[in-house]
Design a protein around this ligand. Structure first.
Ligand code: UDP
Ligand code: MG
Length: 138
């Protein structure tokens, strides 16, 4: 049993895709353990994506991630981290495998519908980050 941090990003919330994306996750056998809709502050988005602070897309990414509400969730299941990354598909939807969330629902490499932790360390870090940032959310 493993936990991972997922986000349904502002593009997907604005596109009325919350239900479809949650269904995709649940049909694949992962459980939603905690979930909250929240509009990230600039400071929260900056903290969450700190690892990308020197990348050329950072400023634009912050503007996108704070542009509207997103849905933050803790997903749980056997091998949840890798299984959810596989469900999401590649960062760039043009390169994402058929029937992945990003292939189906993303707009471009930035507005790519979902986030998922990329390993055990980042999953633990990202879950802790939101548990601290959001007082009650389960
Ligand atoms: N991103 C972007 N341009 C890029 C690469 C990434 O705008 O060239 C954004 C995109 O929203 C992506 C996020 O930055 O999901 C984090 O990038 P990462 O490489 O960690 O991709 P992910 O883990 O989300 O697949
Ligand atoms: Mg990443």
């Amino acid at each position: 049993m493993q936990r991972t941090l997922g986000i349904i990003k502002p593009d997907a919330v604005a596109g009325n895709l919350v239900g479809k994306i949650l269904a995709h996750i649940e049909v694949a056998g992962l459980s939603v353990e905690a979930l909250r809709m929240v509009q990230l502050t600039e400071e929260q988005a900056r903290g969450f994506y700190q690892v990308h602070q020197h990348r050329p897309f950072f400023k634009s990414l912050l503007a996108f991630m704070t542009s509207g509400p997103c849905v933050v969730m803790v997903l749980k299941g056997d091998d949840a981290i890798e299984r959810y990354r596989a469900l999401m598909g590649a960062t760039d939807p043009a390169k994402a495998a058929t029937n992945t969330i990003r292939a189906l629902h993303a707009t471009d490499v930035e507005k790519n519908a979902v986030h998922g932790s990329d390993g055990p360390d980042t999953a633990a870090q990202e879950i802790a980050f939101f548990r601290a940032a959001l007082s009650r959310w389960a």
